[in-house]
Design a protein around this ligand. Sequence first.
Ligand code: SF4
Ligand code: SF4
Ligand code: SF4
Length: 269
Amino acid sequence: MKPTVAFFDFSSCEGCQLQIANLEETVLDVAGKVNIVAFREVMKESSDSYDIAIVEGSICRPIDEKRLKTIRKNAGILIALGACAHLGCVQRLSNQWTPRENKEVVYGPIKKGVTDDSNPFFDQPHHRSLDEIVPVDYVIPGCPIDRNEFVKVLVALLQGKKPPIPDYPVCVECKKRENVCLFTIGKVCMGPVARAGCNAICPTYGMSCEACRGYVSHPHEQAQTDVLEKYGVSAEEIMNMKSMFTYKYIEQAKQKKKEQASVEKEVVA
Ligand code: SF4
Ligand code: SF4
Ligand code: SF4
């Protein structure tokens, strides 16, 4: 019996699913080894019975949280697809403001008389990644994902192997490509802590790496700090870089600090 695979999406641009839909012949080849039972971008049918759930998007509403929990319950394996599902992606930046403030920035001043109670938009809690709500078995990182990496992950899973996602920094790939380091030409780059696997595509074309694939499991943050100090990068510049795709880590660090402060307060009391 072929394993069944279903695709789902939450808050996202659906660009990661599009990468998979664009695989054409390769996806057909992979699809020969699995039964795709739900994939809104390419088929009308859908099913609640599946072995592998591939989920794109961040979670921001109670209704999404409930739906994700049902997907998790139905699936043997749950894969987070892309930076939205893995990290909360750029939309997570909106967590810094209230839903009302975000709405006013995008749509203009809210009419007099409209209260938080009368507009469901205001009910939206903050964006979160999938693993903050349910256990996630594997992550295919990136914004968007690398479609070849997707195929490799699926093939590994079908062979009962651990998916081959690199756990070393983008700098390794960048140096292998013999690129000129962007720091030496006055730019800022997250390469020292960002997870490789994209073949350092951004620095290779002169663009700063903004860590869309998240950080490696044990980021050498001191090495990054040393580089930033050496090149005189301002705290604001680095905070902008760290916020783009990886605001999740900033939120987690703040939460950890808060919890530590509360423990210390209890010990003193
Ligand atoms: S990770 Fe990027 S490309 Fe993929 S769905 Fe999210 S915003 Fe779109
Ligand atoms: S910091 Fe950026 S540009 Fe410099 S080596 Fe690392 S990835 Fe390449
Ligand atoms: S170089 Fe950085 S920002 Fe660019 S794709 Fe790779 S991880 Fe993402």
